[in-house]
Ligand binder design. Structure first.
Ligand SMILES: C[S@@+](CC[C@H](N)C(=O)[O-])C[C@H]1O[C@@H](n2cnc3c(N)ncnc32)[C@H](O)[C@@H]1O
Length: 218
């Protein structure tokens, strides 16, 4: 399809080429950002993925942030092992989720790692999930290849990513429009695509087949 990235039959390490990709996360990890993310739940934000999960499956949540969705997924697949990874640049995100997991005796681990170079063996997860991460990645295709690497044959990947191209603003002042323009300028400066959700489901690394699933957004 015209305009879509061409997927090369390369492994992530080949593409990484010494890892020159910047690991940045512009929104940061200040309290309001984390409070906003912690309100997310697997029931709502991973609703499209739940029907595909089986009890006991081993699941990776890539870019798990403060882990509220990760914990919900762990409840769904228990006693299956769940691992949440995140670059967690400020080392501040995992503490509360770890404590909660311990209280509930959930088999969840949180590790600091990059989605571009996962510290896991190939074909080691039954299910791989990533929520609201791809719009922050400079190389979403590389991330997809790496997620696919750790997926077992017959496993499933669930990605929910932003497509900001559909935002319509009707405001009494110029403020919101200017704010949105500043946001897009900032995204462009970071070299990330706020519309990645519009195409990431169409690019197919070898052996991966994507379907767009209907899901109400919130
Ligand atoms: C908007 S938050 C989403 C967090 C969580 N998935 C959720 O929906 O609540 C995006 C997360 O992606 C993480 N992230 C960004 N780049 C990453 C990378 N290269 N590898 C792993 N995580 C990354 C950030 O640290 C941040 O925690």
């Amino acid at each position: 399809m015209e305009g879509l990235p061409v997927i090369q039959r390369q492994s992530a390490p080949d593409r990484l080429n010494g890892d020159d990709r910047q690991l940045t996360y512009t929104p940061g990890y200040r309290a309001p950002v984390l409070t906003f993310m912690k309100q997310r739940t697997a029931e709502i934000h991973a609703a499209f993925f739940a029907p595909h999960l089986k009890k006991g499956c081993r699941l990776l949540d890539a870019g798990c942030g403060p882990g509220s969705i990760t914990l919900g997924l762990a409840r769904q697949v228990a006693p299956g092992q769940v691992i949440g990874i995140d670059i967690d640049i400020e080392e501040s995100q995992f503490a509360i989720a770890r404590e909660q997991a311990q209280q509930e005796s959930l088999p969840v681990e949180f590790q600091k790692a990059s989605i571009y170079a996962l510290p896991f063996a190939s074909a080691s997860f039954d299910a791989v999930f990533s929520h609201a991460v791809f719009q922050h990645l400079a190389d979403p295709v590389l991330a997809l290849i790496e997620l696919n690497r750790v997926l077992k044959p017959g496993g499933i990947i669930g990605i929910r990513a932003a497509d900001s191209g559909g935002i319509l603003l009707d405001a009494d002042s110029d403020g919101p429009t200017e704010g949105l323009a500043a946001y897009f300028a900032n995204r462009a400066n970071d070299g990330v695509d706020p519309n990645v959700g519009s195409w990431v489901g169409c690019c197919e690394p070898p052996d991966l087949r994507f379907s767009k699933l209907p899901h109400r957004t919130r």
